[in-house]
Ligand binder design. Structure first.
Ligand code: PGA
Length: 275
């Protein structure tokens, strides 16, 4: 007989029991998007390395996602600092005639440890489908890059009450296709599209509730044991002023920051608020 599906309440009880014993180190990722060429990126990387040296970022794990040309120089500049460098996107194939694309082995060789997949700007502006996001996630894992799977609903979907259905669809397109090791390496970022770059962050209540839902979907489509330690980050207009309230959510393990990650001082204030 198939097992009855895990209820929300059952999983929540299980998670609360385990979570109390395993509070994770917050992860703060700066997504530099198409900002900062090699020289500006190196300046910011040096400033971040200096912050790390002074202890301003103690108690948080940090990653930055520079544009492709800056990946290698920034990863060299940050070597040994504890800050990891990740890509902003990846092509599913390891190599080939795909003008303009960059593969997972290339990201690895450039010093990356992870990569964003399915960022809403890729989905909306570059046509990344759920299937493409799945292929990119699998390619990342194949190359030992940890995937940061971005999910989130648009304003129309939010207003129509479809946020959970959209996030569930985006997760279901990927998570059931991962093996146990892949789920272990997975990071999920909930980024409601209406909150990205708009100055209108989701409320801490919306964030925590959706993160709990993300964990439940992963518990169902992988295993509850895999969903409990899953890092679930929030992204969308995170600043030094709202990061602490957002991070207070029990299900919130970190933040994915765009605009406010482009300056060392605002990035540092988010790191301080996150711990
Ligand atoms: P934002 O971007 O912080 O500028 O809203 C977040 C993101 O797109 O990851």
């Amino acid at each position: 007989m198939p097992e009855p599906p895990l209820s929300n309440a059952e999983f929540d009880a299980m998670w609360r029991k385990k979570h109390a014993a395993t509070r994770r180190t917050p992860l703060v990722i700066g997504n530099w998007k198409m900002h900062k060429g090699v020289f500006e990126a190196l300046e910011l990387a040096d400033e971040i390395a200096a912050l790390v040296r002074t202890g301003a970022t103690d108690g948080v794990r940090i990653a930055v996602a520079p544009a492709y040309p800056a990946l290698y120089p920034v990863s060299e500049a940050l070597a040994g600092s504890g800050v990891s460098v990740i890509g902003q996107d990846v092509h599913p194939e390891p190599e080939g005639a795909f003008t303009g694309a960059v593969s997972a082995p290339m990201l690895m060789a450039a010093g990356c440890q992870g990569v964003l997949v399915g960022h809403s700007e890729r989905r909306q502006l570059f046509g990344d489908t759920d299937e493409a996001v799945r292929a990119k996630t699998l390619a990342a894992l194949e190359s030992a890059l940890y995937p940061v799977l971005c999910v989130g609903e648009t304003l129309e979907e939010h207003d129509a009450g479809d946020a959970e259905a959209v996030v569930e669809r985006q997760l279901e397109a990927v998570v059931p296709h991962l093996d146990a090791d892949g789920v272990k390496k997975l990071v999920v970022a909930y980024e409601p599209v209406w909150a990205i770059g708009t100055g209108r962050s989701a409320t801490p209540e919306i964030v925590d509730e959706m993160h709990g839902f993300v964990r439940l979907v992963v518990a169902r489509s992988a295993t509850p044991e895999a969903a409990i330690p899953l890092p679930v980050l929030y992204g969308g207009s995170v600043t030094g002023d709202n990061a602490a309230a957002i991070m207070a959510g029990l299900h919130v393990d970190g933040v994915l920051v765009g605009g406010a990650s482009l300056r060392a001082d605002s990035f540092a204030s988010i790191c301080r608020a996150a711990r």
